[in-house]
Design a protein around this ligand. Sequence first.
Ligand code: ZN
Length: 320
Amino acid sequence: MKLPILNSFHLQKKFQISNVQYRGRFAPSPSGPLHFGSLVAALGSFLHAKSQNGLWFVRIEDIDKPREQAGSVDDILNALESFGMVWDQDLQTNNENNYRGCLVQSNRLERYQQIFDDLKQQGLLYSCYCTRKEIKEMGGIYLGHCRNKQHRFDAHAVRIKQQAAQTEFTDLLHGKVNIDEQLMNEDYIVKRSDGLFAYQLVVVIDDIDQAITNVVRGVDIMELTPRQISLFNLFGIAPPSYLHLPLIVNDDGQKLSKQNKASAINCSDPKPELLKALACLGLPVLSQSSLSALSIPDIIDWAIQNWDINKIPTQLNILL
Ligand SMILES: [Zn+2]
């Protein structure tokens, strides 16, 4: 099937063709302070960018406002500064809606709506009345039940017609990754029944608008990557390269997260956790006994010089 032409990103296309510099990003959700797992993810994306003289942006993923915890944005940004990660100002999308030089999703609702409207006008979206329970009863994967029902666009979830699904991609660390075909063919939700845009739509719009060339993030998002690549393809934009870092898990094998009350990193004494996080990323911390005498900026410089993606553990989980 021939894909429709969407003109929403014509400026970005021009920029993409002319831009060769590495542009990376770290995109935390402000649902609590930074914990050790997100510190490792932030450092991985920062060091990978800076080892290639790249730009590194921070994007506040606060699209899910009900989950936001007051004060978290500043807590996270202050923590990044304490641990020596200085982010770049994104001149491409810099405007009065940025906060401390970071792109803020909740300020971009008009932009998301514009892309949503374009997709809708092309007949690529439809309203879905199925409940979560019904989809579970149908086998857990949504099989297009409402695709041709012409439901009105109202207070129900909106799905995109997935017509050129990707099922595999090449990860810089893991090589060729295959994801379940049925899952990738799913018409996934782009706007939730509560009216919020879904992560899967806005993350791609943001990556395009910021002309991100390299995504480095936790392996928990790896399964969604081909879906995001198929959306890049739909928009006619070349996708970034992807590298998925191991997740830090607790004794129960659970990912450290704000939901399971992972403790905040200690910003008043960052050095021990910084060194531990660098070791998790495969840096030869233990063989450098003089490191602990260095300042935070000097440790970061050392890490940039010694960053080697061939040393990153390829296992999916690292026990804290
Ligand atoms: Zn449905």
